[in-house]
Design a protein around this ligand. Structure first.
Ligand SMILES: [Zn+2]
Length: 310
C-alpha cells in the first residue's frame, strides 16, 4: 500500500493528513497557523508529528496553499500569511521529506477533491468557493482546473463588490469580497450591526472579542433580529459575487466549502435566493448552489494528494 501526505494551509489552521491510495484518511491533524514562524518551521513540525505517529514510508506530498503560483510552486504575497513574500513551499517540503512534492492554490485543491472523491465526481463545469479566513475559488471548466496565465487564478476573494467601501483588504485594495465574507470581514459587519442595535440581541450576551461567525448563525437560527440581519447581508453579498460567475460562465453548479459553508442549508437557501435575483432572467433557477459534502473530511487535502498520487 502507498501512502501520501496532504496539507491544506489556511490563514487560521494548517490541516494535514496521511491518505492511502483510495483517498481514505489514515491519520489527520492540524496546527494553528499563528504558531508557525515560516514554511521551514511548518515542514519541521509536520515532519516531527508524522514520524511520531506514522511509521510507513510516505510516497509523495500534495499541498494546497493560498496565493500559490501553480507554475512555480511558490506562495507569492499571500495576504493572510506572514511567512515572507515568495515562499518556495514545494522545495522546502521536498528537502525535508525527500519525496516528490506538488502544490496548488488551496481552492483549486478543494476543486480537485470534488473531482476525485464524492458525489460531484461527474460534474465538468463548476466553481468551488472556499470560505475561511480568506475567500478563494477553484474553477473547473470541461473537467479541467483553470490556473490562468500566471498560475495565480483563484483570487475570487479580491473581486471588489463595493467600490465605495472603506473596508481595506489585506491585499491593499478596498471593498474586496473577502472584507465582507472572510472571517474578519464578517466580524466587522457584526461590530457595525451591534452598534446600531438596541442592545437586546443575544450577541450582546457574549464578550465582543469572543463572538464568532458560528455564534451569529446559531442566533440567526433562533431568529435573533441582529444576527438574522447579518446573515441576510452576507448571503446577499455572496449571492451577488456568485452571480458574476453564473452570468459569465453558465456553470452547472457552485459548491460552497469550508468555514461558514458548514452552516449548510441555512446559508445555502438564503444565498440561492439572492443569487437568483442577480442572475440574468434566462439563467435564474438553472444554476444550483451546493454545500460541499467533503467539508468534514477536508476535500482540499484529498485534492492536494491527487496531484502526486498518479
Ligand atoms: Zn483584496
Amino acid at each position: 500500500m502507498n501512502y501520501y501526505l496532504g496539507i491544506d494551509i489556511g490563514g487560521t489552521n494548517v490541516e494535514f493528513g496521511i491518505l492511502d491510495e483510495s483517498f481514505e484518511f489514515i491519520y489527520k491533524n492540524a496546527i494553528k497557523t499563528e504558531s508557525i514562524l515560516n514554511a521551514e518551521h511548518l515542514s519541521d513540525e509536520i515532519y516531527k508529528i508524522c514520524s511520531e505517529n506514522f511509521k510507513e514510508k510516505i510516497q509523495g506530498i500534495g499541498i494546497g496553499a493560498p496565493s500559490l503560483n501553480y507554475m512555480t510552486g511558490n506562495i507569492e504575497n499571500a495576504p493572510n500569511l506572514n511567512w515572507g513574500e515568495t515562499i518556495p513551499i514545494c522545495e522546502i517540503f521536498e528537502k525535508k521529506f525527500k519525496v516528490k512534492t506538488k502544490a496548488i492554490n488551496d481552492a483549486s485543491a478543494a476543486a480537485l477533491g470534488e473531482l476525485n472523491y464524492g458525489e460531484n465526481k461527474n460534474i465538468q463545469n463548476f466553481a468551488i468557493v472556499t470560505l475561511g479566513t480568506g475567500v478563494g475559488i477553484g474553477l473547473v471548466i470541461n473537467g479541467k482546473i483553470v490556473h490562468g496565465k500566471n498560475g495565480l487564478g483563484g483570487e475570487f476573494g479580491h473581486v471588489i463588490i463595493n467600490r465605495n467601501s472603506n473596508r481595506e483588504c489585506n491585499c491593499g485594495n478596498y471593498g474586496c469580497l473577502e472584507t465582507y465574507l472572510g472571517k474578519n470581514g464578517i466580524l466587522t459587519t457584526v461590530k457595525q450591526e451591534m452598534e446600531f442595535s438596541s442592545g437586546t440581541s443575544l450577541l450582546h450576551k457574549i464578550v465582543p472579542s469572543e463572538i464568532s461567525p458560528k455564534d451569529v448563525f446559531k442566533f440567526a437560527r433562533k431568529e435573533d433580529p441582529v444576527a438574522l440581519s447579518i446573515v441576510e447581508k452576507l448571503s446577499d453579498d455572496l449571492g451577488y459575487a456568485l452571480s458574476f460567475l453564473g452570468n459569465t460562465l453558465d456553470l452547472e453548479c457552485v459548491i460552497l466549502s469550508g468555514g461558514i459553508s458548514k452552516e449548510g442549508n441555512f446559508l445555502k437557501k438564503k444565498t440561492l435566493k439572492y443569487f437568483n435575483q442577480y442572475l440574468m432572467p434566462n439563467l435564474q433557477q438553472k444554476i444550483d448552489i451546493k454545500v460541499s459534502e467533503l467539508n468534514e473530511i477536508n476535500g482540499g487535502i484529498i485534492g492536494a494528494v491527487s496531484l502526486v498520487k498518479d
